[in-house]
Design a binder for this molecule. Structure first.
Ligand code: ZN
Length: 250
């Protein structure tokens, strides 16, 4: 496996895929040093390949009912409708590969973030994947996949929340497996969808994944605030490709 590292750059590439490290490698005395947490939580899990992730998947269509999510700049459609369609397309694809699949919602229904975690507990899920679309400044575009930041490692994104990096979160025992799942899903989605790569990233504030007692990731399938991507997300073909990308990874 090939890793491309540069001094002080947190963004590295692994087999052509972008990975955000916790810390930039340091050049000391002519040698490039990588932080031990990055070796343990990023490089070693990638080199180890995919572990056995079990056979029960919970797919979480982000938002629902009065929780609308973000809104398409193309046609003013709500994120909640696109995430549900993506989840429904993904379910049969995973079932065909032998997974038992539960959707947190099968209709336009509201569900709190903690209830989504409880739901995964109740079906004894072996993995949890939350599906979303993103919004930012108009020019921002591409795919992102998130998992929980390991203890001691700063988040890549806080959205104004505190980042208590010394606190152990319920999902931290699954750091490596969550990251392996994230990297694999992210890579397959890039291959399938040919979108800009915004990398696998670490966060602490995402309630729907931080409380999970299993490998858990959140996937952002493009930006509804970007005109080109918003138009793409509105097509059945693209949403099918997003579903096929995840299915190919599992
Ligand atoms: Zn969302």
């Amino acid at each position: 496996m090939r890793f491309d590292l540069r001094p002080r750059k947190r963004l590295i590439t692994c087999q052509g895929m972008q990975i955000w490290m916790g810390f930039g490698p340091e050049m000391i005395g002519g040698h490039l040093y990588v932080h031990h947490l990055d070796v343990k939580k990023h490089l070693a899990p990638l080199a180890a390949g995919m572990p056995n992730l079990g056979r029960v998947a919970v797919i979480d269509a982000g938002h629902g009912r009065d929780n609308l999510g973000t809104r398409s700049t193309y046609n003013r459609e709500y994120e909640k409708r696109y995430t549900l369609d993506w989840a429904r397309r993904l379910k049969p694809l995973l079932e065909r590969k032998g997974w038992r699949v539960y959707l947190t919602r099968e209709a336009d229904r509201s569900m709190s973030l903690t209830d989504r975690v409880k739901f995964a507990d109740s079906v004894d899920a072996s993995i949890f994947i939350s599906l979303h679309f993103n919004a930012a400044a108009m020019q921002v575009k591409g795919l992102e996949t998130y998992c929980i930041a390991p203890v001691g490692m700063p988040s890549h994104l806080t959205r104004g929340h505190p980042d208590p990096f010394r606190t152990t979160l319920p999902n931290n025992p699954w750091d490596e497996a969550s990251f392996q799942l994230a990297a694999r899903v992210h890579n397959q989605m890039l291959v399938n969808c040919r979108m800009e790569d915004r990398g696998v990233r670490r966060v602490r504030f995402m309630t729907v994944i931080k409380g999970q007692k299993r490998p858990a990731i959140l996937v952002e399938g493009g930006y509804l605030s970007n005109p080109t991507e918003a138009r793409k997300i509105n097509t059945v073909e693209y949403r099918q490709k997003l579903a096929e990308g995840i299915a190919a990874a599992l």
